[in-house]
Each structure stands twice: as structure tokens, then as C-alpha cells.
Write a protein that binds this ligand. Structure first.
Ligand SMILES: [Zn+2]
Ligand SMILES: [Zn+2]
Ligand SMILES: [Zn+2]
Ligand SMILES: [Zn+2]
Length: 752
């Protein structure tokens, strides 16, 4: 997903292998990014581009005139099955393939408004009704939709508008008597129902959840840092030759304190499971739900009723405004390149978008220096931690000319020593050019140069205009002759930076039915972004912060007490609760090019690798833990019990199947039977799994849900507390997972 598709990757690697040794050496030994780029891109042949074009043709990104009808019918099926969310997504897919101002568009919007109505999303339903009308909804179908509009308005308490809509309807019935009889009856009945509905109280738990989300979004840094934008005044930026740049606490920090709140400089939604068509889908059109169907392609807000780009079928937005902004900033150029960008992967896409966004940076002093960096300084010198000196030396020279004395010891900071979320800071993230393999650099360079050629072909003016409008051109032109290679080198730099600096933007997706009082959730990867301030944090396998996202904004909070002078650390992925030491070390070395010396790694090296408690089995007669490879024997010296691993594994599988049955009962609202089933599972689990086994935790969690649905808050809380203990052992007391469980417990106590 991040890198180009396999076919292109192996094609390029084969091409590399066939290069004359001398050419390979030239590219491997090239010290500057622009040398790597120029040498590689001169090797890109027309047949290579043809091959890439053929690969991209597999992605359906344009508007297919036959698709709207197909998706509408599939949506109608879901609607009939009362799967309104499923129907909504399919109608959205229909909209994204429809041309503006056609009956197709209006019908898809109208049907979607009906599904949204059933989901209780009245505001969004009204928006879709307006959209349906805007795109020419047929006159004959109007009354039905107007009734829906009136109903929404009543439910939203906008009674005056509702009665206006109703009287408009009545007068239009009067004008067309053929409609009147049946429709008027429906209207009367609906009105009665509406008046009853408005008496009902709103769902309390939902309000609480919504209020919490709102509070979370509005949370601001208590005091913003004067040196680092988007960071709290409790931290400060340091640098040293071994660690590079890092943040330390300037005062004692309490758990929960907000340390960084930063909007991504750039982000690209991960297409998730967009598969090329030739991978054997039954239909030409995909009915599966992907992130691309649920989240805005610009701001990443979740939306069941997106509006699609007028020019393609893959970019969808939460609102007209978001669509316009995306268009003005980057999508006007990306729109026609959708298939190519899917083929080349997310990193390439992020690289392109970063340079497109750079056109809108406030130029001036900062940009001038930045251009110097990319075109000669930074690329001329081998990457090293000594960049610090280089940069301050160069800046010093420059400032002398201006007759001022300036000290900027830290890369990425501007002339006043301020570090900001801007393109200059992005460019100063290390690309680790010397650490990547020559093949990888070749792959990136050729992918970027193929993209550059497409850009020139698709919108020859785009690059020029972009360059003229910013001061990039003026600053870079003397250094590199062909204009597209300025872009190419910048994009190559970003692509190489991403391996270490890409930040996965995640979202919490609610799982389980809406009727459940306690919501269950899982974390999904939504997008890949660059956060210059978050990138200042170093890694630890047992970090003292935790990170979360609201749309494209990252927040970093202290997850434990951090003493004054201590370093602020977050985890790049390999967390001690999810991976063993060896696996973590290997991952950090290959992806991030360093050996982790965090306390968890130091400590872990001296520990024997016993089975973690959340996967351990216990003895059926004395309940002590049992250990071993193929045959496990009891850890209790006075017990002679032993059992084969195969036997235990198959028992575990049976148990998981039983739990699955219980969940199905739970989902279908058969609560009593679900509880009986779960208690059986619990009893079975006790006889062979450790008390902290993750399956034991899951059973307790399900029991908590079942009792909550019955309104037995006391029992629900008791079971959830057992599940909490398992989560704590597995993920640690200050983990996000623990946070989710505690939030559930809070919901239960609140309801109780
Ligand atoms: Zn949006
Ligand atoms: Zn588009
Ligand atoms: Zn570590
Ligand atoms: Zn035993």
C-alpha cells in the first residue's frame, strides 16, 4: 500500500539487475539526491512507462456511466434488508460514478436520503434532499421526498420550516388532483406520527458520547510553546549528534497533559482494499466498503453522505467546501492521475501532494533558504547528524550579508529559532539517503520520474504555473536546468523521508450494533501523513506518551508522570506489549536504521522468552501455568500433569467457535441465550487457559455487553473489571487499549 504495487516493484528490480555494473555503481555511489534522480530517470524508457500505464489501467477511477444503476439496485437490496448503512455506502458509490446534473445523480442522492433518514441522521438527510433537487430530481417523485423533508424538520424541532414544507406540499397536491388522494392520506398519517415522535426523549448515552468527542476536539494546549508551534510550553527542543532532535520536559508533567496538538502538513487517505480489477472480482464494480467510502479524502472526517469529485469516482469529500479546498490545493492536478497514484502507492502520493502544497507556502526568507537546502546544500552533502553545523554555518554566512547576527543551531528552525509546521520543517526531516539500499533508491527515483512525466503530459502548465506562483522557481532555476527535475528531486527526498517519518493516522471505528449501550471499538489505519512536530519525538518501546487523532489532527498526551528534564518519547510501532525484543529490534533496525536502547529493550535482553501470560495455558488439575513445546507439563513441582500442545490448541479453537456463536446471539438481541452460552465458555476457559488469557478477557467483555443490554449494570461492571485486568496485563496500565476499556466502564457506571 505504501510502496508501488508488486508488479512494478519486481519489474524495476529486474531492470536494476540487468543494468551494467558501472551504471549500478554510479547510482549506488551518488551522494546527492539530484544525482540519484538524474542518473535513474535517464534510464526510464518509453516501454517502462507503457508497462506502468497497463498496470494502472486495472484501477477503475473514472466515472462509469453504467455503474450508478448497478449500485442503486444493490443499495435497494440492502435497504430492503434494513441494512441502511450498507445501502448508504452503495448509493454513495452510485453518486461517485454519476455525472453532475443527471437523473442518476439525483436518484442516488434521493435514495441515500431515505437510508440516512432511517439511520436517524436527519441533518444529513436534509442535505441530500437539497442535493437531489439541485441535480434535477424528477417532478413525479417529488411528493415522497418532500414528506421525508417535513418529517426530518419536525424531528429536528424546526417546526416552522416543517409546516411551510407541508403547506407547499398541500398546495402542489391541490394543483395536481391525481396525486392527492393516496398521498394526502400518507401525509395525514405521517403528521400524526411526527407529533408523537417529538415527545420522545433523546437517547442519553449518545448525547454523552457526542459531548465527550466534542470536548476532545476542542481541547487546546494550555499554553503554546514560543519556540515550537503546536507544542505545549512544558517541552523544549534539543539536539545532539547521537539522538538528533528531541523534546524534553521543562517542568514536571502529569499523566494526561496535552503535549502536542498538530495538524498534518500533508495527509493522504489510504485506499485500503482497492484492488485492481484483474484480481478476479465477480463484478466489475466493487460493493465492498473501504475507508475511501467512509472518510473524507481531505479532512478524514467520517461521513456517511460524501460528495464526490465531479471529475473522478475515487475522491469523495465530507462537504462541498472540503471538495473545493482539495481541488484548489492539489486535486486539480491529482484528479486525472488517480490510477497511476494507486499503482505507485501512498508514499509516492504523499510526496507529490507535499510538493503541490509547497506552492502555497508563504514564500519569503524561509522558502529561499529551503530552496538552497534542497537544490544544493542538503543534497550535495552526505546526510549526517552534522547537518546541525552545516546548516548553522550556511545560515550564518547568509545572515552576515544581511548585517544581522543569527543563531539557529537546530535544523528546521527558522531564522528566529522557531520550529513550525511548514514545508521548510518537512524538508529538514532526514531522508537517510545513505541507509537505503541502491535498489530501493532506484525504485523510488524511477517511480517519481514516471510520475513527473505523466504530470507534464497531463497538465503541462501545472508545474510551470506552480513554480511561477511560488518563489521556488526563482530560487531553484539556476541550480537545476529542467524544471520538472526540481520537482522530481524534492519528491524523491520526500519519498525517502517517509520510511522513517511517515505517521499512520488512525481512527477508532465503532463495532457492534448501534443498540448496544457500551460501544466496542477497534483502531484502523486511515491515512499516511507528515507531522513535522510529532516527528521530533524519539522512539521507545515503552513510551511515556500516547497519540490519537481527530480528523487530521494528532494529539500527543503524557501517559504517565514525566519528570522535569526527561525526554518525551513515543512509540513508532514496535511496542513492548505487542512484540518480543528480537522482533522489535529487527523492525527498528530495518525500517528506522537504529538500535533501540530503551529500558524495555535493555531489560528484555536478559529475560528468558517464556510464553506471554495472555497466550498461556494452565494445568487442568491444579491450575498452575503449564509450559513446554510439543508436550506441556505442569509448573507445579508436586503435580505430574502433562498434555500435548495440539490438544490444547484444538480445545482453544473449539472454545473460540463457541464464543463466536455467543456473539451472534448477542448481535441478534437473544440476550438470555447469549449469557448462557458465554457462561459455558467461561467455565470451559477456566479449566485450561491462564486467568489472563486474551480469550478469557474477550468472554468477560462479551458478558459485560450482554448484561449492559439487559440493564443489569452491576453485573456488567463486574465482568468488565475482569476484562480490564486482562487488558492491563497485555497492553500495560497506560495503554490506549486500557483507555478504551476504562471508557466503557465509565459508560456503564454512568448508565447505572
Ligand atoms: Zn472533509
Ligand atoms: Zn477527481
Ligand atoms: Zn526498545
Ligand atoms: Zn498441575
Amino acid at each position: 500500500m505504501d510502496l508501488p504495487v508488486e508488479e512494478w516493484k519486481s519489474y524495476i528490480l529486474e531492470k536494476w539487475a540487468l543494468l551494467p555494473k558501472s551504471v549500478q555503481v554510479t547510482i549506488s555511489k551518488a551522494e546527492t539526491l539530484s544525482d540519484i534522480f538524474l542518473h535513474s530517470s535517464s534510464l526510464l524508457q518509453p516501454e517502462d512507462e507503457m508497462f506502468l500505464k497497463r498496470l494502472s489501467r486495472g484501477y477503475l477511477v473514472g466515472k462509469d456511466p453504467n455503474a450508478p444503476l448497478f449500485y442503486r439496485e444493490e443499495g435497494n437490496k440492502k435497504f430492503q434488508e434494513k441494512d441502511y448503512t450498507g445501502a448508504t455506502v452503495l448509493y454513495s458509490k452510485g453518486v461517485s460514478h454519476s455525472r453532475p446534473n443527471t437523473e442518476d445523480t439525483s436518484l442516488c442522492y434521493a435514495n441515500r436520503s431515505a437510508a440516512l433518514f432511517h439511520l436517524g441522521q436527519y441533518e444529513t438527510c436534509l442535505e441530500d434532499i437539497v442535493r437531489a433537487q439541485m441535480h434535477g430530481y424528477p417532478e413525479r417523485l417529488q411528493p415522497k421526498m418532500m414528506l421525508r423533508k417535513a418529517e426530518c424538520l419536525v424531528l429536528l424541532g424546526r417546526l416552522q420550516e416543517a409546516s411551510q414544507t407541508i403547506s407547499d406540499l398541500e398546495s402542489s397536491f391541490a394543483a395536481k388532483p391525481t396525486l392527492a388522494a393516496s398521498q394526502f392520506q400518507i401525509l395525514q398519517r405521517t403528521l400524526c406520527r411526527l407529533k408523537m415522535k417529538i415527545q420522545k426523549k433523546e437517547n442519553l448515552t449518545e448525547t454523552v458520547s457526542a459531548a465527550l468527542t466534542k470536548a476532545f476536539e476542542d481541547m487546546d494546549l494550555r499554553e503554546e510553546n514560543k519556540q515550537i508551534s503546536s507544542a505545549s510550553a512544558s517541552v523544549s527542543l534539543c539536539t545532539d549528534p547521537f539522538k538528533g532532535r528531541y523534546l524534553i520536559a521543562t517542568k514536571d508533567i502529569l499523566p494526561g497533559e496535552l503535549l502536542v496538538k498538530e495538524d498534518a502538513f500533508v495527509s493522504v487517505l489510504n485506499p485500503a482494499e482497492v484492488l485492481p480489477l484483474h484480481l478476479g472480482l465477480e463484478s466489475k464494480w466493487d460493493t465492498r466498503v473501504t475507508n475511501g467510502d467512509l472518510y473524507c479524502h481531505r479532512c478524514l472526517k467520517r461521513s456517511l453522505a460524501p460528495v464526490p469529485c465531479d471529475g473522478c469516482s475515487y475522491a469523495k469529500y465530507c462537504s462541498q467546501e472540503c471538495m473545493q479546498q482539495a481541488w484548489d490545493l492539489y486535486h486539480n492536478i491529482e484528479c486525472s492521475l488517480g490510477a497511476l497514484l494507486l499503482t505507485l502507492g501512498v508514499f509516492c502520493h504523499v510526496a507529490l501532494r507535499s510538493t503541490l502544497l509547497a506552492r502555497f507556502e508563504d514564500a519569503g526568507e524561509v522558502t529561499r533558504k529551503l530552496c538552497g537546502d534542497i537544490s544544493n546544500k542538503d543534497t550535495r552533502l552526505p546526510e549526517s547528524k552534522n547537518l546541525v553545523q552545516t546548516l548553522s554555518y550556511d545560515l550564518g554566512g547568509e545572515s552576515e550579508k544581511n548585517g544581522k547576527t543569527v543563531e539557529t543551531p537546530i535544523p528546521g528552525c527558522d531564522i528566529n529559532g522557531k520550529y513550525e509546521n511548514n514545508y521548510y520543517a518537512v524538508c529538514n526531516l532526514l531522508p537517510h539517503t545513505e541507509n537505503h539500499s541502491a535498489e530501493y533508491k532506484f525504485l523510488c527515483a524511477l517511480s517519481i520520474s514516471a510520475l513527473c512525466r505523466q504530470l507534464e503530459a497531463a497538465s503541462p502548465q501545472a508545474l510551470m504555473t506552480g513554480l511561477t506562483s511560488s518563489k521556488l522557481k526563482a530560487a531553484m532555476a539556476p541550480v537545476l536546468c529542467p524544471e520538472s527535475s526540481i520537482w522530481g528531486v524534492a519528491m524523491l527526498r520526500h519519498m525517502l523521508q517517509l520510511q522513517c517519518n511517515a505517521q499512520a493516522i488512525t481512527a477508532i471505528q465503532q463495532t457492534g450494533s448501534k443498540e448496544n449501550i457500551i460501544t466496542d471499538s477497534r483502531q484502523v489505519r486511515l491515512a499516511t501523513g507528515i507531522f513535522p512536530v510529532v516527528s521530533l519525538l524519539n522512539h521507545s518501546c515503552s513510551p511515556n506518551t500516547s497519540m490519537s487523532f481527530v480528523s487530521t489532527v494528532a494529539t500527543v498526551r503524557a501517559s504517565q508522570h514525566i519528570g522535569k528534564g526527561q525526554e518525551i518519547l513515543h512509540c513508532y510501532g514496535p511496542h513492548e506489549s505487542r512484540m518480543g525484543v528480537a522482533e522489535r529490534q529487527q523492525k527498528l533496525r530495518s525500517q528506522y536504521f537504529f538500535d533501540c536502547t530503551c529500558p524495555a529493550c535493555q531489560h528484555g535482553k536478559h529475560r528468558t522468552t517464556a510464553e506471554p501470560r495472555w497466550e498461556a495455558f494452565c494445568c487442568c488439575s491444579c491450575r498452575a501455568l503449564i509450559q513446554g513445546d510439543e508436550v506441556l507439563s505442569c509448573g507445579n513441582a508436586s503435580c505430574t500433569e502433562s498434555v500435548s500442545r495440539d490438544h490444547l490448541v484444538s480445545r482453544l479453537q473449539d472454545l473460540q467457535q463457541q464464543v463466536g456463536i455467543a456473539r451472534k446471539l448477542l448481535r441478534n438481541g437473544k440476550l438470555e441465550r447469549a449469557i448462557q452460552q458465554l457462561l459455558g465458555c467461561q467455565h470451559d476457559a477456566e479449566s485450561f487457559l491462564s486467568a489472563e488469557h486474551s480469550v478469557v478477557g474477550e468472554i468477560e467483555d462479551d458478558l459485560a455487553q450482554a448484561y449492559a443490554a439487559l440493564g443489569d449494570w452491576q453485573k456488567s461492571a463486574a465482568h468488565l473489571q475482569k476484562s480490564l485486568r486482562v487488558v492491563e496485563v497485555r497492553h500495560g496500565p497506560s495503554s490506549v487499549e486500557m483507555g478504551h476499556e476504562l471508557f466503557k466502564l465509565a459508560q456503564i457506571f454512568f448508565n447505572g
